[in-house]
Design a binder for this molecule. Sequence first.
Ligand SMILES: [Zn+2]
Length: 220
Amino acid sequence: MRQALDQAQNAWLVGEVPVGAVILRDDAQGLPQVVATGYNRPITTSDPTAHAELVALRHAAQLLDNYRLPDCTLVVTLEPCAMCAMALMHARFKRIVYGARDPKTGAAGSVVDLFALPLLNHHTAIVGGCLEDDCARVLRDFFAERRAAHKARQAALREAAATAAADAELDASDAIPVGATSESDEPLPVDDRDDAAIPVGVAIEIEPSPSEFDVQGTRP
Ligand SMILES: [Zn+2]
């Protein structure tokens, strides 16, 4: 589980929810050896199925050149979801060990217990709560950091808006009186023009109309 926690840290480093997994298989002497590792990366790979368990599972299956891994144990820092639970059962895993419980999507007893369904033909042994506090703390710390970063961003945006408003007020008080001429009648080069000086009518024209967005709010 310590190695799975290291994998969770890798996920954190790339901005993913920190969940890590390790797959073990006994060697000829009966000593467990690491076959594959994986960490959560659905955002970085644009793949909603890229949970830590499935990343490690794919590596192990390719490495062992087998779509079934009946001699393997998977250790994961968070209780598997239904997708991962079924994938692990399809791969015929011998045993799953997990750390923190997941009250929102856990499929090993927290929301449902797919591993205990008597009608499913393969039964994978399941052990929960291994280094539970450490596994849960990583997730808690990650979300606390993310909330703090979000608050800091919001505060910076508010400050920038307040500064811009104050600058605009100053600019208005410095405006050239009507009738006076500027230092030069030469038009400014395009690159030197201030975007804020674009007449409102023009700015409206270059804003995309709502019909140019698709239903998900992104540009076509
Ligand atoms: Zn999952």
